[in-house]
Design a protein around this ligand. Structure first.
Ligand SMILES: [Zn+2]
Length: 698
């Protein structure tokens, strides 16, 4: 049964994309799992409390699977097909089961524990100790250390939590689907963008609202799906219709057949119980055990500080909107209600920064942007990026391949770039994926890191190049930032190389850091010019990009803080079946973290998927946490002088040697300190958001 020709079994080198077919998936994965099971059993019986006897020994079990399954998952994202989906689905449960068995191996856990208690521990390097510590913690959080009744209870709690999470999502999905507002009069859709009318008419057609539904004549079916709901609230001129849709949105999944109310209470109750079983007082303590934020107090302190600064700005945003709406309507008593905010904010935005994507696109042709971005990376980090498309095979003709060398010309890493949207077989969004992780082997061989950078930007049309929106440019910088951390790592062990083993709330530091450069005029100049005339980006357009960045940032900041604080209160200060209900907590938190207080019937929590069915429980704060880090890191360059090449290079090399190089091999706060020479400060974030002129500055 050994099939050595199967390209998915050829781990350690670049995937042979010209050979891999969906037919290879099942035999390769099954063979790897069978081998893995027996290798794991052998390894478990021979584990020794040493680095070689544990982590190195396990690598022969994990590496083939990581390569094959990683490649399959990558193809699921970029070259999806019914055959591939079927093959993926056929083996996925076995892969999950094997990964669980590995992560919950008691012999591995015990061997690592012995290693930690032995004299050898001090002889391990910092990265090795962090890898072992993280493996131990992950195993403990998976319940490995529990025995007897506690273990049984833990498994029961985990099982019920998984079911409740699925139910929560399904309710939300079904409740969203169950609601529709079917509009028939052209006056009802006044102001709506054509793309929304088209989508709404298509929905009406599918639902059979009329025999023939068109964007021009309707009927139009408005739903609570974000791609419909958000533009509707921004553009619908009819205030009553906005109110109807808004009220439906904030009460989603809070009554009737799809009610999440009771699920929320039960999920929280079980999470508190799970925390206690694992030795934590609250679910928040459990969540933070594996994050960069040291404790709840540190998260609270950051939230409170930002809240105090953002509040007056958010109040001013609302006052301005009110005045604007009164002036526009000629009604001096007009009072902004919840369903008016997005609408007037959009009108005001259009009036103040009269520019749109289409005006910027001609200045951002893909090749120009790419060249400019690579030149920036070369200036900052002393690396050299060159096209090497002929060196390997790819999964689609649009995909590019690049190599990175250091200043001495030595090859460090490489990456694939799959830039364009391809709705037929490619998932939406943008991401960085790991193809190969940096690994120094005991025999001296080194595997160099390889990344996948995947975007979904506007493709070229005819002989017109891909002309990017500003958002697409920012997204490319963002993913490139993740890629740089993956590729410029110097860590010797794949378990902590690049983005591996980086705490969840620190992982967005390099990506958001790179985005900051899109707001630096000289950098933006370096990656833009009119694709036909070669003219530089006009200064007034740049000024508008800058102004749009801080538009209503007080309101946006406060909104994020509200969600984060609510999340933390529910997972740290709530007492299941205590005197304060979940709704009381919403009421308490919203008092200081919202300007327009939620309506009494608001059941936002019933739709708060991030924390009840996603991975963000007691982790929503991470968005702000990472923003503070990335803004503060960028401010090191501002202090050194953004337009001073040698200062930029010096600071850039320090960033490369710390944040990008050390990855998950060192405590993230220490890494930050290594780079910045001090603890993170919120000053830079507030300044970048235009919030620096109010509140106290420490
Ligand atoms: Zn990211």
């Amino acid at each position: 049964m050994a099939n050595t020709d199967n390209p998915l079994l050829a781990h350690g080198d670049l995937p042979r994309f010209d050979e891999i077919t969906p037919n290879d998936v099942e035999p390769a994965i099954r063979q790897i799992l069978t081998q893995g099971e027996s290798d794991l059993a052998t390894a478990e019986s021979a584990l020794e409390p040493s680095w070689t006897g544990t982590m190195e020994a396990l690598r022969s079990v994990t590496e083939p699977l990581a390569f094959a399954w990683g490649t399959v998952n990558h193809l699921m994202g970029v070259q999806n097909s019914p055959a591939l989906r079927e093959a993926h689905q056929a083996v996925q449960p076995e892969v999950v089961a094997f990964s669980l068995r590995l992560g919950q191996s008691r012999p591995v856990y015990e061997a690592l524990n012995h290693l930690r208690a032995s004299d050898d521990w001090d002889r391990l390097d910092e990265a090795q100790r962090r890898i072992a510590e993280a493996s131990l913690l992950q195993a403990e959080l998976a319940g490995v250390a529990l025995d007897g009744a506690e273990k049984d209870r833990f498994v029961a709690v985990q099982t019920e939590l998984a079911e409740l999470g699925t139910q929560f999502s399904n309710h939300l999905l079904d409740a969203t689907k169950a609601f529709a507002l079917v509009l028939t009069s052209p006056s009802d859709v006044e102001g709506l963008p054509n793309s929304l009318r088209e989508a709404a008419a298509a929905q009406a057609q599918t639902a059979g609202d009329a025999e023939s539904c068109t964007a021009e004549n309707g009927p139009w079916r408005m739903t609570l799906d974000a791609p419909v709901f958000i533009p509707f609230m921004e553009h619908c001129h009819n205030r009553d219709l906005r109110e109807q849709l808004y009220r439906a949105f904030i009460t989603r999944a809070s009554n009737g057949a799809y009610d999440n109310t009771a699920l929320i209470d039960r999920i929280l109750e079980l999470r508190y119980e799970k925390g206690r079983l694992l030795g934590y007082e609250t679910p928040a303590d459990l969540s933070l055990a594996s994050k960069m934020a040291p404790d709840v107090e540190a998260v609270d302190a950051l939230s409170l500080r930002l809240r105090e600064v953002a509040r007056p700005h958010a109040q001013r945003d609302l006052d301005e909107l009110q005045a604007y709406a009164r002036a526009e309507t000629g009604d001096t008593t007009y009072t902004i209600r919840h369903w008016d905010v997005a609408f007037w904010a959009e009108r005001n935005r259009e009036a103040r920064f009269a520019f749109n994507d289409e005006m910027l696109r001609p200045y951002f042709s893909f090749d120009r942007v790419l060249t400019g971005m690579f030149e920036l990376a070369e200036r900052l980090f002393g690396i050299n990026i060159t096209a090497a498309d002929d060196d390997t095979t790819v999964w689609h003709p649009d995909v590019r391949f690049f190599r990175i060398a250091d200043s001495a010309g030595e090859q460090i890493s490489s990456f694939y770039l799959d830039p364009f949207s391809r709705p037929a077989d490619k998932r939406g969004g943008a991401w960085m994926g790991e193809c190969l992780n940096r690994t120094e082997r005991p025999d001296g061989r080194i595997t160099r890191p390889v990344a996948y950078l995947v975007c979904n930007q506007t493709p070229p049309v005819g002989d017109k190049p891909s002309l990017m929106t500003f958002d697409e440019v920012r997204t490319l910088f963002h993913e490139f930032g993740h890629g740089l951390q993956h590729m410029l790592t110097t860590v010797r062990y794949p378990e902590a190389a690049g983005i591996n083993n980086v705490e969840w709330d620190a992982i967005e530091l390099p990506s958001q850091f790179m985005e900051n450069w899109c707001y630096h005029q000289a950098t933006l100049r370096g990656l833009s010019s009119h694709y036909e005339t070669g003219a530089p980006l006009p200064d007034e357009l740049f000024e508008k990009i800058l102004a749009a960045r801080t538009y209503r940032s007080g309101s946006q900041t406060l909104r994020q803080l509200y969600f984060g604080m609510l999340d933390m209160e529910l997972h740290h200060r709530y007492q299941p079946a205590g005197s304060e209900t979940v709704l009381d907590i919403v009421e308490r938190v919203s008092r200081d973290a919202t300007i327009l207080r939620p309506l009494p019937e608001d059941r936002f929590l019933c739709g708060f998927q991030h924390i009840f069915a996603g991975g963000y429980a007691a982790g929503y704060y991470s968005y702000k946490w990472a923003e503070v880090l990335s803004a503060d890191a960028f401010s090191a360059f501002e202090e050194a002088g953004l337009d001073d090449p040698s200062a930029v290079a010096e600071t850039g090399h320090r960033f490369r040697d710390t944040v990008l190089a050390l990855g998950g091999g060192r405590d993230p706060m220490t890494v930050f300190h290594d780079f910045r020479g001090r603890e993170p400060s919120t000053d830079a974030l507030l300044r970048h958001c235009g919030l620096a002129d109010a509140g106290c500055s420490h």
